[in-house]
Design a protein around this ligand. Structure first.
Ligand SMILES: Cc1cc2nc3c(=O)[nH]c(=O)nc-3n(C[C@H](O)[C@H](O)[C@H](O)COP(=O)(O)O)c2cc1C
Length: 258
């Protein structure tokens, strides 16, 4: 089994590690231009962005040549009210993958901590962890994949509406300019962590981090900065998030393009 993953703050890597198989980082697969893979089972784990699939995951799918008897994908998401929780991103994923000839057997999503600090306070998100029953949901997904179950999580009417509304946001995010809203404050000590966790190699270090025009919009730089030196105007959270089951070293190994 091969499990491809993309992660910014560790949620998706934590899920990929529990699912098992040979873990392959999507940013590293793209960097090495390795696109041909054959196995009995091939899976994907990635975060939900704007009720949809991250651009880097779509890029990989569009270039990949995958051969497997069983294909699965699991999106991690943070907010059960109206967006990822309704399963929209999995239908979007199914539609996208179909264009490239892939029909997925199992498509599910798992509620985790929401790292979208424009709207969510990480302190409150951490308080909500027990009620999200992450491990219980993950067990169900692990058993389903082991049993080669067929399943597609479908959205509610409300979820479909929100997904429609989010399409504009996806287009904006796809332009690669999300980093224009990042502010680097005086806490920056030019340690270069932001450069190393960027899955697009979009940050270079001058006096301070300088952002290019190919931002994935994943917020890895903002959350993983050890000095909390990257922020957004009107952000809802001073606290940052990194999944405790994943180390900074693992996020760097997954994403570093330099
Ligand atoms: C730009 C952006 C957009 C997001 N959009 C959604 C969304 O539409 N629905 C949702 O439930 N979570 C959304 N999230 C939250 C992430 O999907 C969630 O926190 C995910 O588990 C992060 O995974 P990672 O730790 O592997 O990076 C968004 C996060 C970011 C940074």
């Amino acid at each position: 089994m091969i499990t491809f993953y993309f992660t910014a703050t560790g949620n998706s890597l934590a899920v990929a590690k529990k699912l098992g198989g040979a873990l392959i980082s999507i940013p590293q697969a793209i960097k090495s231009e390795r696109y041909e893979y054959t196995d009995d089972v091939i899976g994907f784990v990635f975060p939900t962005y704007c009720c949809n699939v991250p651009r880097i995951v779509r890029e990989f799918i569009s270039k990949a040549k995958l051969k497997a008897d069983y294909l699965f994908a699991v999106a991690t998401y943070g907010n059960s009210m109206g967006s990822g929780g309704d399963g929209n991103e999995m239908l979007e994923f199914a539609k996208f993958a179909k264009q490239y000839g892939y029909s997925f057997n199992y498509l599910n999503a798992i509620l985790m901590v929401d790292n979208f600090v424009d709207a969510f306070d990480i302190e409150k998100e951490i308080e909500k962890i027990p009620s999200k029953k992450i491990n219980e949901h993950l067990e169900t997904i692990i058993f389903a994949v082991k049993d080669r179950k067929n399943f597609v999580k479908t959205p509610s009417m409300f979820g479909k509406m929100i997904t429609g509304f989010c399409r504009g946001l996806v287009k904006t995010q796809d332009k690669g300019l999300t980093s224009q809203k990042f502010i680097v404050n005086d806490a920056c000590i030019q340690c270069g962590t932001c450069v190393k966790v960027c899955p697009r190699g979009n940050i270079s270090l001058e006096d301070k981090p300088v952002f290019g025009n190919n931002c994935e919009g994943c917020y890895a730089c903002l959350h993983i900065c050890p000095n909390n030196a990257i922020c957004i105007k009107n952000e809802k959270s001073v606290k940052r998030w990194k999944n405790p089951d994943v180390s900074v070293k693992e996020i760097i190994a997954s994403n570093n393009q330099k």
